[in-house]
Design a protein around this ligand. Structure first.
Ligand code: NAD
Length: 412
């Protein structure tokens, strides 16, 4: 059924992408890319379901035989954000169903229709009523959240969203001792060393920073450039940003869409003004785009950033690239790790020893070396520190929805 659901998503990719663009705003081509990425979780976990293995264990007690089986954890409450209206849902439902769980998925208030379309496709795939349940909530989100977390029927909560809401849900889940997986906020460091290939680094930074107008949890947020390459990088990077076309997601040639709502625009603007007031220089952008609509903000590049600015400590979640200058590897690793969160981190270098050293030193759950694209259904996705715990995708993703039962047979 999961395989069939995957196929239905592929067959209806155009319509799903239209819905995603309509309610999220991302350009249609990006929305289509998301549908493929989202559907792949169903295919991947449909293939992984037969590989849920137990163990045979040599018992310490004579006469006993010990083995384990894995069982579905039970009913799962799934709560997801709007930035990937389809993929954040399928990344949870895929492994949950593959493990044998049933789910109650609360879709985000900003993008409920993509979720509704997925529900319809689940129905067409033959998934029995009651196995996959979708809830929409707008005014009463908190009430729905506390109902899910306080229910004893729900045995697990998997949440993707902000760190603040994650902490709240964790507290609310304490009384019913749920199994939890949390994919929370990031503030990704993106480091370019002097020995990097400039073109690759610029392309990687553009992809990582400006995908979905900066509204992904693994987006580069703090771009650290070593002093020997700083000016050259700033110039080449800004030049690329000049080529962006901002507009409505259905418009031909549009590369970047709006932000999700006015609160997002306000936060982005706050980070830009704060940086400017403290001496940073805007190289391009920096303003709202009222002619296009109230949720549009210009793709922005700022140089001469310093570590005491707001952008250095808070996830911007918007199209603003702040460039920090650094001198040494030790200094940049220290600054990169100076964050409560640790989701993704990136760096560009052609020195093999440095690649190992820095990858090991970064306090994050995922590292991209010489690439700005790290999301893959086959690779574990997740963070450390306040970016949460648990992994999605990959063979580890299914474990989040399973429990181990130990069976001991005596009298042998
Ligand atoms: P958010 O935490 O406000 O909302 C996420 C989801 O939680 C939505 O469905 C929302 O309706 C729901 N929610 C909000 N308050 C709730 C409550 N009291 N009880 C139950 N549910 C509640 O986050 P957002 O602003 O929509 O999304 C952006 C955040 O998500 C960013 O911080 C981003 O980094 C993070 N994110 C993380 C990942 C990841 O995999 N780590 C992926 C995407 C987004």
């Amino acid at each position: 059924m999961l395989r069939k659901w995957y196929q239905l998503m592929v067959d209806n990719a155009e319509d799903l992408a239209k819905l995603i663009t309509w309610e999220n705003g991302k350009p249609f081509a990006d929305a289509k890319g998301e549908v493929t990425y989202a559907a792949n979780f169903f295919e991947w976990f449909a293939e992984e379901a037969p590989r849920v293995y137990g163990d045979t264990i040599a018992a310490s007690i004579p006469g006993n035989r010990v083995f384990t089986i894995k069982e579905p954890v039970g009913v799962c409450g799934l709560i997801t954000p709007w930035n990937f209206p389809a993929a954040m849902i399928t990344r949870k439902i895929g492994p949950a169903l593959a493990a044998g769980c049933t789910v109650v998925a609360k879709s985000p208030g900003e993008t409920p229709f993509t979720a509704a379309a997925l529900a319809e496709l689940a129905h067409r795939a033959g998934i029995p009523k009651g196995v996959v349940n979708f809830i929409t909530a707008l005014q009463n989100t908190a009430e729905v959240g506390s109902t899910i977390t306080s229910s004893n029927t729900v045995r697990k909560v998997s949440f993707t969203g902000s760190t603040g809401v994650g902490k709240l849900l964790m507290k609310q889940s304490a009384d019913t001792l749920k199994k939890l997986s949390f994919e929370l906020g990031g503030n990704a460091p993106f480091i370019i060393f002097d020995d990097a290939d400039l073109d690759t680094a610029v392309t990687g930074a553009i992809t990582s920073k400006f995908r979905s107008s900066g509204q992904t949890c693994v987006c580069a947020n703090r771009i650290y450039v070593q002093s020997g390459i700083y000016d050259e990088f700033a110039e080449a990077f800004t030049e690329k940003v000049k080529g962006f076309k901002v507009g409505g997601g259905y418009e031909e040639g549009v590369t970047h869409g709006p932000l999700i709502h006015d609160r997002a625009v306000s936060k982005v603007e706050k980070h830009v003004r704060d940086a400017e007031q403290q001496g940073a220089k805007v190289l391009i952008g920096g303003q709202k785009m009222p002619d296009l609509g109230e949720n549009f903000f210009q793709p922005t590049v700022i140089r001469d950033m310093t570590t005491d600015m707001q952008l250095a400590h808070e996830e911007t979640f918007g199209p603003v690239a702040g460039l920090f200058k650094f001198e040494t590897e030790a200094e940049v690793v220290k600054n990169a790790n100076d964050a409560d969160v640790g989701l993704a981190g990136y760096f560009f270098s052609r020195d093999l020893q440095r690649c190992y050293r820095v990858a090991e030193a970064l306090e994050v759950g995922m590292v991209g070396i010489n690439t700005g694209l790290i999301s893959d259904p086959a690779a574990p996705f997740g963070g450390v520190k306040w970016s949460g715990f648990g992994r999605e995708g990959s063979k580890y993703g299914i474990e989040e929805y399973l429990t181990i039962k130990t069976i001991t047979l005596g009298g042998m």
